[in-house]
Design a binder for this molecule. Structure first.
Ligand code: GLC
Length: 728
C-alpha cells in the first residue's frame, strides 16, 4: 500500500496535470451503457461506470482507462449489491429482524467477495433510511423503524463491504444511502415530499449516517426527496455543513440515478446546467447519469459555473478512493477467479441469516410440526413459488427453489400434498374450496402466502397493506376446517393481518429470505430450528393506521386501554387490543388501540424468564456522564422451556420530563443469546452521555437532568422497569 503522503502527492500531481474537462469527467458515473458505448465513454474520460457484468468486460474498460486516456486514471465500477451478488441473502429488513448485526456483516463480506471477483469495486449499500411507513416499498431495503437498529446494522454492512482495508482484493466501497430522511416521504409514496423538524431530522434520520461515517463509509448517496423544501441533491446544509463539515465525512457524495436531472421537476433549477451547478456547489461529488460531460467531449460546466476549489475538492475525494482501492497499482481481476455460482459456505451463511430473521408472530401449540411421518397439506401461492430473493436482486443471482421442494428435502418423512388454491392475484373461491375439501385427511395444513417481490422495493408503494388477491379467503377457508394449521408469510414490508389473524392458530413471518429462505422455513416448521427473530417494524392493524411506530411521543392526550384487558389500564401503544371510552384522547374510534404486532415482538418454541434487573448507579450527575462515567445495567434471562432457543434482550429508556417531548421508549441496546433448556445468561449494558440525550431543533445535543426509566426485557412487552435519576 502506498503511504498516505505519497498518495497525497500523486493526487496533487494529477490535479495539477488535469484539464477542466478531465476533472469533470471524474465527477460522474454513467448508467448501464452497452459495452461499446461504455468503451467510448471511458475513452472520453468518464471516471466511473456501472458493472458491465463480467470480470473480462470490466478488465477491458479498465485497460482503456489505463492505456487510452491522458492520465491513465482507473475506473470506479459500481453496482447495487444490496443483499447479495450471486448468493442472495435475506432482504435487509429480514436481516434486521435477526437483531444480530453479525449476519449483515457476513452478508456484506460474502457479497463483496463475490462482486469484487467480477471487477465491482463500489456498491450502493447499505440503505439506512429509517422508515415508519410500510406503504413505502423501500422499507424492504433498510433496517426498519428504529434509529439505533439502522445505525448498528448499517455500520456492520460498512465493515463487511470494506473489510479491514480498501486495498484488500475482496474489499469494495460501501455507500450509505439515501441522505437523508427519504423514509419519511409523505403518504409513503416513493420520491414524495419530506418536511421534517430539526430535532426529528437529527434524532431519527441523521444518526444512522453519523454511525456509518464513524464506521468509515467511503461514499454517501444523496436522496431524491426534498428536505423541508430543498432537494437533498442541492442541499448545501445537508451535504456540506452537516455531512462533510460536522460529521467529518471525507469520502465521496454520489447523486442518485438522475437525482440531479430531477431538480428540474422539483422546480428549483432552470435547466440541466443550472441543476449541475447547484448540486456541485451544494457538495455533490459524483453525478449519477453521465450528464456532466457532453458526447463531443465538452462539459456542461465552465470554470465560472462552479468554484474550481469545489471541483478540485471533489476530484481529490474521488482520486483518493481509487488510490485506496489500489486501482492505480492493479485494477484488473482474473476472469478465472470470478465467482459465478454460490459456494456451499455462502449458502450456509445465507441459510443461517434466513433462519435468524424468522419471526414467530403467533403459535397456539401448532408449531413445530416435528419431523415424524405425517400427512401435510401445503397450500397457497408460495407453496411452489420461487420468488424468494426479494427486491434489488440482479438478473444473474442464483435462483431460489420453492417451499415445497425445501420441505420434501428437509422433512423426508412428511407425506406432502401441494395445492396452491389461489395465486397472488385474482382467485376463485371454488378452487379454494376444492383445495381444502379433504382437509380432515391431513394431520396439518401449511398456508404459504405473501406479496410477490415485485410489490416491494423502489417505486413500489402500496395503499393497501393486506395480502393481495384471494389469499385471505384461502387462509380463512383453512382455518374453518379446524385442522391444525400454520400460516407462513413471505413479504418485504409489514402487512395487515387483522381480517384473519384471530382465526389462525399460528403465523410465521418469513420475509423474502433469499436463496436459502425456503430451507430455513422448512427447518422452522419441523422444529430443526427454533425461530428467534423480532419485528424491526410495527405491524399496523390497518393500512390507514400508519404511520404507527413504537418510539412515538406520548401526546397530551394518550389513549389508554380502559378495562378491556385483564389487569386494568396498560400503557397503550406498547400492548394489545381494545379501545377506550375516554373520549378526548388520541385514537381511532373504529379501530382497536395500538398495533397488531408491536416493534420487537417475536415468540419462540421455548419460553424465557427474566430475573431482577441490576442498575448501578441509579443516580448520576451530568458532569459524571460528560466525564465518561456510565450506568451499568445487568439482566439475567433463563430458558424456562425444554427446547434450545434464542432470546433477544432489549434495553429501552424513557426520559420522563425534557425540554422537548420525548418518545415513550427509545431502544438503546440489544443482544441476542442462544440458551439451552434451563440455561441462564446475564447480559450487561452501559448507558452513557451519548445514550441519554437528544438533539434539539437547533442541532444541539442535550442531556437534561431529571428522572429516566430504564426498561429491559424481551421486547416492548413484559419489560422490567427501573428508575434512573440524572442530577444537574
Ligand atoms: C436507484 C436507487 C438507488 C440505487 C441507484 C443505482 O434509483 O434510488 O438506491 O443505488 O438507483 O441503481
Amino acid at each position: 500500500m502506498t503511504s498516505a503522503p505519497v498518495q497525497d502527492q500523486l493526487v496533487e500531481n494529477l490535479l495539477e496535470a488535469m484539464t477542466w474537462e478531465e476533472k469533470l469527467g471524474q465527477l460522474q458515473i454513467a448508467f448501464r451503457p452497452r459495452l461499446q458505448d461504455a468503451a467510448d465513454l471511458v475513452r472520453g474520460g468518464i471516471g466511473a461506470i456501472f458493472w458491465p457484468r463480467s470480470a473480462a468486460a470490466t478488465n477491458e474498460l479498465q485497460r482503456i482507462a489505463r492505456e487510452e486516456t491522458a492520465h491513465g486514471i482507473p475506473l470506479l465500477v459500481g453496482l447495487d449489491v444490496i443483499h447479495g451478488q450471486r448468493t442472495t441473502f435475506p432482504v435487509p429488513l429480514a436481516q434486521a429482524a435477526s437483531f444480530d448485526p453479525a449476519v449483515s456483516e457476513t452478508d456484506a463480506r460474502v457479497t463483496a467477495q463475490e462482486a469484487a471477483s467480477g471487477g465491482v469495486n463500489w456498491t450502493f449499500s447499505p440503505m439506512i433510511d429509517v422508515s415508519r411507513d410500510p406503504r413505502w416499498g423501500r422499507v424492504v431495503e433498510g433496517f426498519g423503524e428504529d434509529t439505533y437498529v439502522n445505525s448498528v446494522f448499517g455500520a456492520a454492512k460498512v465493515r463487511g463491504y470494506q473489510g479491514d482495508s480498501l486495498g484488500d482484493p475482496d474489499s469494495i466501497l460501501a455507500c450509505a444511502k439515501h441522505f437523508v430522511a427519504y423514509g419519511q416521504a409523505e403518504g409513503g409514496r416513493d420520491y414524495n415530499t419530506v418536511d421534517v423538524s430539526g430535532q426529528r431530522l437529527r434524532n431519527v434520520y441523521l444518526d444512522p449516517f453519523r454511525a456509518a461515517v464513524d464506521a468509515g463509509v467511503a461514499t454517501v448517496m444523496a436522496a431524491f426527496n426534498t428536505v423541508s423544501g430543498r432537494p437533498a441533491h442541492a442541499n448545501h446544509h445537508l451535504l456540506t455543513s452537516i455531512l462533510k463539515d460536522e460529521f467529518g465525512f471525507e469520502g465521496v457524495v454520489v447523486g442518485d440515478a438522475d437525482g440531479v436531472v430531477n431538480l428540474l421537476d422539483h422546480g428549483i433549477a432552470e435547466d440541466l446546467d443550472d441543476a449541475l451547478r447547484q448540486s456541485f456547489a451544494a457538495g455533490l461529488d459524483i453525478e449519477m447519469g453521465g450528464n456532466v460531460t457532453t458526447s463531443d467531449g465538452g462539459t456542461r460546466l465552465g470554470p465560472g459555473d462552479v468554484p474550481s476549489a469545489r471541483v478540485d475538492d471533489a476530484v481529490r475525494r474521488v482520486l483518493r478512493l481509487k488510490l485506496a482501492l489500489g486501482l492505480f497499482a492493479d485494477p484488473y481481476r482474473s476472469p478465472g477467479d470470478e465467482v459465478v455460482v454460490p459456494s456451499s459456505e455462502s449458502r450456509r451463511a445465507a441459510l443461517t441469516t434466513a433462519e435468524k430473521g424468522l419471526v414467530l408472530l403467533k403459535n397456539h401449540s401448532v408449531l413445530p410440526l416435528g419431523t415424524a411421518r405425517q400427512r401435510v397439506l401445503l397450500v397457497g401461492p408460495y407453496a411452489n413459488s420461487t420468488d424468494h430473493l426479494g427486491a434489488w436482486v440482479q438478473s444473474f443471482a442464483e435462483p431460489a427453489g420453492s417451499l415445497a421442494e425445501a420441505i420434501r428435502e428437509e422433512c423426508p418423512e412428511w407425506d406432502v400434498t401441494v395445492r396452491e388454491g389461489t395465486g397472488f392475484f385474482g382467485g376463485d373461491l371454488d378452487l379454494i374450496g376444492q383445495a381444502v375439501a379433504d382437509a380432515a385427511d391431513f394431520d396439518a395444513i401449511v398456508v404459504a402466502v405473501g406479496e410477490p417481490s415485485a410489490l416491494t422495493g423502489e417505486a413500489s408503494s402500496r395503499s393497501d397493506l393486506r395480502l393481495p388477491g384471494a389469499q385471505e379467503q384461502l387462509i380463512r377457508a383453512v382455518a374453518a376446517t379446524g385442522r391444525p394449521s400454520a400460516v407462513v408469510m413471505f413479504n418485504g414490508r409489514p402487512l395487515v393481518t387483522s381480517d384473519w389473524i384471530d382465526a389462525v392458530p399460528a403465523l410465521l413471518e418469513a420475509w423474502h429470505s433469499g436463496l436459502e429462505g425456503p430451507r430455513a422455513v422448512a427447518r422452522a416448521l419441523s422444529g430443526a430450528v427454533n425461530p428467534g427473530g423480532r419485528l424491526p417494524m410495527t405491524f399496523p392493524r390497518s393500512s390507514s393506521q400508519v404511520p404507527i411506530y413504537y418510539d412515538h411521543e406520548n401526546t397530551g392526550r394518550p389513549a389508554k386501554v380502559s378495562g378491556s384487558l385483564a389487569g386494568g389500564v396498560v400503557d397503550v401503544g406498547l400492548m394489545g387490543p381494545g379501545n377506550t371510552d375516554d373520549h378526548y384522547t388520541s385514537k381511532y374510534k373504529d379501530l382497536d388501540l395500538g398495533p397488531q404486532f408491536p416493534f420487537g415482538h417475536g415468540l419462540s418454541y421455548t419460553t424465557f424468564g427474566y430475573a431482577e434487573v441490576d442498575v448501578s448507579p441509579t443516580t448520576i450527575t451530568l458532569a459524571e456522564l460528560q466525564a465518561g462515567r456510565t450506568v451499568k445495567v445487568a439482566v439475567t434471562v433463563t430458558n424456562t422451556g425444554d427446547l434450545t432457543g434464542d432470546e433477544v434482550t432489549m434495553l429501552f429508556i424513557r426520559d420522563l420530563v425534557a425540554s422537548l417531548a420525548q418518545p415513550v421508549r427509545r431502544l438503546r441496546a440489544f443482544t441476542r443469546n442462544s440458551l439451552g433448556a434451563g440455561e441462564t445468561k446475564t447480559s450487561s449494558f452501559e448507558l452513557g452521555w451519548k445514550d441519554l440525550g437528544f438533539s434539539d431543533n437547533n442541532g444541539r445535543y442535550l442531556v437534561e437532568p431529571g428522572a429516566f426509566e430504564i426498561h429491559v426485557g424481551g421486547g416492548l412487552e413484559g419489560t422490567a422497569r427501573c428508575g434512573l435519576d440524572v442530577l444537574a
